[in-house]
Design a protein around this ligand. Sequence first.
Ligand code: C5P
Ligand code: MG
Length: 211
Amino acid sequence: MLSWASRTLVAAMSTMTRKPEVLFVLGGPGAGKGTVCGKIVKKYGYVHLSAGDLLREERAKPGSKFGELIESHIRNGTIVPVKITCSLLDRAMQNSEVSHNKYLIDGFPRNQDNLKGWTQDMAEKVDLKGVLFFDVSEEVCTKRCLGRGATSGRSDDNLESLKKRHHTYINDTMPIVDHYKKLGLVYTFNGEKSPGAVFKAVEQVLTKIGW
Ligand code: C5P
Ligand code: MG
């Protein structure tokens, strides 16, 4: 029988050596990915890494050699090469000092290139617990983003960019969701419900996976 001190030490060591646990968060533009992640962070304190936010941050860095490339992809609703996005995610994970080891990766993987790069560079380093998928019609997504566009200052919350973003979502991102569905990893939510109702449903899944 281990003493209390030994058990505490073993528990602490297993937290240190355990792989980071990851949930991917996917859905169309304006599906509520960021909103739900914000609620999870507030209640549970897990780490929220938004690929889009990390790319926007990188774009804004003075002298960033990827700034123009990122801006052109964002405006056109196309997907930035995975080397850039994956290294931003990897760095952000390493820089987050947390004891719980739980990460929400929002807006990634968005296409085959994202998936391939992740599989090559990151998949072995983490424990993928599942994919939270928010299902919202194009009409509702567009309405929400145009509403957000009034104050977000984002160069892609306009009708022209939104059409392109939706095209990318249907053609490039849905096959990734389907890939994870086949692996039994996808939890689908009706993202058209109120933020509170969506969060309630998400909490049930978090409980189910032991988060
Ligand atoms: O997720 P979010 O709506 O913030 O993404 C905004 C844009 O950032 C996307 O339309 C895309 O141009 C870029 N992005 C990307 N690769 C990702 C996530 C976002 O290129 N994995
Ligand atoms: Mg977002």
